[in-house]
Write a protein that binds this ligand. Structure first.
Ligand code: BEZ
Length: 211
């Protein structure tokens, strides 16, 4: 069954390239990303996994743990990680789930047979500290994901979890934010001491509150 935003992220235990992972326990109190790849030793996946390894510091800064999935074995993953390290100038630093029986892939509805027979598409789930799904993305096998965008979404999710703001189109760290519609305009000054601009009664902008 499809997993929707706000649903509890299904828990599982799986073998990975770094040993057994009990998903919820492994996540602990922080944020998590679970993302799938069609298959080991495929070109686009190789570039994606290398990029994620090289972004380790960015994920750590945001208290996000990263877990990949591919429907091959641990032995296959370990050989492939050597290639990824060699070709993408990185060091594998996060686990890749071995899912030859497609148990986790099925649990997370990562197999879309009309798009890609019997392999996972490029799914991404961002999971909050409450173990709820905050974002899901699905890309086809032919298109590598943009992990700068995934970091940008995490920044937005973490900001909007703390403050009554939303982030507008193309928002990035430091840009003005939208005051959520639930706040009456007369209540904004008390909640947002940095000030606000009323562009329209329903569009009120305020400087990013945590800077
Ligand atoms: C790739 O990762 O390059 C890939 C995987 C499956 C189908 C097409 C491309």
């Amino acid at each position: 069954m499809a997993i929707r935003l706000g649903d509890s992220a299904p828990d599982f235990t799986a073998e990975t390239s770094e040993g057994t992972v009990e998903f919820h326990k492994w996540l602990g109190d922080g944020w998590g990303i679970l993302f799938s790849h069609p298959k080991d030793y495929t070109p686009v996946c190789t570039t994606e996994l290398g990029r994620v390894a090289n972004l380790k510091g960015e994920f750590e800064k945001r208290n996000v743990k990263v877990l990949a999935l591919s429907v091959d074995s641990v032995d296959s993953h370990n050989g492939w990680i050597n290639d990824i390290n060699e070709t993408q100038s990185c060091t594998g630093n996060y686990p890749i789930i071995a899912d030859p029986e497609k148990k986790v892939a099925t649990l997370y509805d990562m197999i879309h047979p009309n798009a890609l027979d019997n392999l996972t598409v490029r799914s991404v789930f961002i999971i909050g500290p409450d173990k709820k799904v905050k974002l899901s993305l699905t890309y086809p096998a032919s298109t590598g994901r943009n992990f700068d965008e995934i970091l940008r979404v995490i920044d937005s999710l973490q900001l909007t979890a703390k403050y009554q703001v939303a982030t507008p189109v193309d928002w990035k760290q430091g840009d003005d934010c939208v005051v959520v519609p639930a706040i009456k305009t007369e209540d904004i000054p008390a909640k947002f001491p940095k000030g606000f601009t009323e562009v329209k009664p329903y569009l009120r902008m305020t400087p990013q509150p945590d800077l």
